[in-house]
Design a protein around this ligand. Structure first.
Ligand code: GLP
Length: 259
């Protein structure tokens, strides 16, 4: 089972996950981070910024989860731009070591394979940060995604386009297609951190953690992974049946186990 950590606030979640990332980089300066976009991981990047002071991050590598198809990388809402603005620049990472799937039309047919090859050549992802969509998607793996899927082009469901319309002028500007790491790709990362905040995520979190393992709720794929830490605030935890047990287990966790 995933370890569920219920924290008081998104900021507390950020500090917890950032500490783990710092520990990883200290032990492995060329660590490979799996980076996520969306509002959820922002407290992690913020906390990381505060912690990174004396740390040499010049060798840190990174792979984003997903990208829109047919959006120019310089567009402010391309995930390349978002990762650059929210992660690469504030943390002082080397942009040449941070990858996003290539959503350009011209090369889209083999962009998924290219991305998989790049991840494999980097030795795989050490620590993957994940948010979860209200549809239960992780990355952009919408309901119905295969648990064996690798990086490929997907069609966004209407709900996700609606959810993401807030970043664009109108819903019509939200791309129809995306390229995303597959559930099979995500499951290969060595340690998954799934974060969720707010009541709007409570059903998706409960489904992912305690529901049946089903491609109808792609986040439930985490139940197949041997090392997952789910970090949620009280509101996102509000539909978890065993919340009290998770609190008790975390409070009594042997310190040597770490996260
Ligand atoms: C997008 C991203 C996902 C993210 C989800 C939730 O669709 N592709 O990786 O987890 O949105 O976004 P937010 O964190 O803003 O709620």
């Amino acid at each position: 089972m995933a370890e569920i950590v219920i924290v008081a606030s998104p900021a507390a979640a950020g500090v917890l996950v950032a500490s783990e990332i710092v520990r990883l980089i200290e032990s492995r300066p060329d660590a490979v981070l799996g980076l996520a976009t969306g509002s959820t991981p922002l407290p992690v990047y913020e906390a990381l910024r505060a912690r990174i002071g004396g740390l040499d991050v010049s060798h840190v590598r990174g792979f984003a989860l997903d990208e829109y198809v047919g959006i120019d990388p310089s567009h402010p809402q391309s995930y390349r731009s978002v990762i650059t603005k929210e992660v690469v620049e504030p943390l002082g990472l080397d942009p040449d070591l941070i990858h996003t799937p290539n959503g350009a039309f011209a090369t889209i047919e083999h962009a998924g394979e290219d991305y998989e090859r790049a991840i494999a050549e980097a030795g795989g992802i050490d620590l993957q940060i994940l948010g979860i969509g209200t549809s239960g998607h992780i990355g952009f793996n919408e309901p119905g995604s295969s648990f064996g899927s690798r990086t490929r082009v997907k069609t966004l469901i209407e709900q996700t386009r609606k959810d993401n319309a807030r970043f664009f002028d109108s819903i019509d500007d939200v791309p129809m297609h995306c390229i995303t790491q597959g559930l099979g790709t995500i499951l290969k990362a060595r340690h998954l951190f799934l974060l969720a905040f707010g009541e709007g995520k409570a059903a998706a979190v409960a489904g992912a953690v305690e529901g049946p393992v089903t491609s109808s709720l792609p986040g439930s794929a985490i139940q197949l992974h041997p090392h997952v830490t789910v970090v949620v605030d009280e509101a996102a935890a509000s539909q978890l049946q065993y919340a009290d047990y998770y609190r008790y287990a975390f409070a009594n966790k042997p310190a040597w186990q770490g996260l």
